[in-house]
Design a protein around this ligand. Structure first.
Ligand SMILES: [Zn+2]
Length: 274
């Protein structure tokens, strides 16, 4: 599932291809993908608009339009937002195609169809995407050990669930939560009310560098994720625990284990993480 580094990469790769282009047509093959407003209104509103830039909030991709409207996408499990030359063959499961006036198309494809698109009008209150309930960004200057502790230490949930809570910290998902807890040396099953100040420091300190190095590698691709140009991410070889079940820990040689924490497959080193 694409997380912050993957969406950030899609944002960055799309920007030079779509910024300044005008949307000349919008073909919707699967109206259920459009969550707001209704698909025909969505299409009517977006045609003729110039794209002014791209953005990201948590795991949401934002495409800014000249009117102040924003096209918002969530890729969920298998969604892809690609900009391709118009003559390229369509990927399977392409649900929405935006024709641009620069010989390209912006295409939304999604094999499992959990991904969604919204159009937020300028000045409209966003009570439909869930963005208004997101916590701060990991690169926000307010983010740090004090913030995590203040949000999580009085709740008795596992630290894995805590750092996955999008209303606390926006953008972290299953891959990078496991990587952060390995880097911090904290077991994913620990309850948030047992984490020491030193451990909060280690957890908070691990978040930005892990996300930044994945962004530098264009994100992590296991099966579906592609960047805005259709390329796979290169970060997989750098993962320390995620999807390394049964392999030796790079730090101590102990076998990496996989367990369920809060319903999520969770990878960790039973020796390095206490
Ligand atoms: Zn280890």
């Amino acid at each position: 599932m694409p997380e912050l580094p993957e969406i950030e990469t899609v944002k960055r790769t799309l920007a030079p291809l779509i910024s300044g282009a005008v949307i000349t047509a919008c073909r919707i093959e699967r109206p259920q993908i459009i969550k707001h407003p209704a698909a025909d209104e969505f299409s009517e509103l977006i045609i003729g608009q110039r794209i002014t830039g791209t953005g990201r909030r948590g795991k949401f991709l934002l495409i800014e339009l000249q009117s102040g409207d924003t096209l918002i996408a969530h890729l969920r499990m298998t969604g892809r937002m690609l900009c391709t030359p118009r003559e390229y063959p369509l990927l399977p499961h392409t649900h929405v195609i935006f024709s641009l006036d620069n010989e390209r198309e912006l295409r939304f494809a999604d094999a499992r169809r959990f991904g969604c698109l919204w159009l937020k009008r300028a000045g409209e209150t966003d009570d439909f995407t869930g963005i208004s309930r997101l916590g701060i960004e990991p690169f926000d200057e307010r983010f740090g050990a004090e913030y995590l502790k203040s949000q999580l230490s009085r709740r008795r949930i596992t630290i894995k669930q805590g750092i996955l809570d999008q209303s606390v910290l926006a953008g972290l998902g299953n891959i990078y939560a496991d990587e952060v807890l390995f880097a911090a040396g904290v077991a994913p099953t620990r309850k948030t009310d047992t984490i020491s100040d030193e451990e909060w420091e280690k957890i908070a300190a691990a978040v930005p560098p892990i996300l930044l190095s994945s962004i530098a590698n264009n994100g992590t691709t296991f099966s579906d994720y592609l960047d805005g140009e259709g390329n796979k991410g290169n970060n997989m070889p750098f993962l320390q625990v995620y999807q390394r079940t049964g392999m030796p820990c790079n730090r101590c040689g102990t076998t990496i284990m996989k367990i369920k924490v809060g319903g999520r497959g969770t990878h960790f080193c039973p020796n390095c993480q206490k």
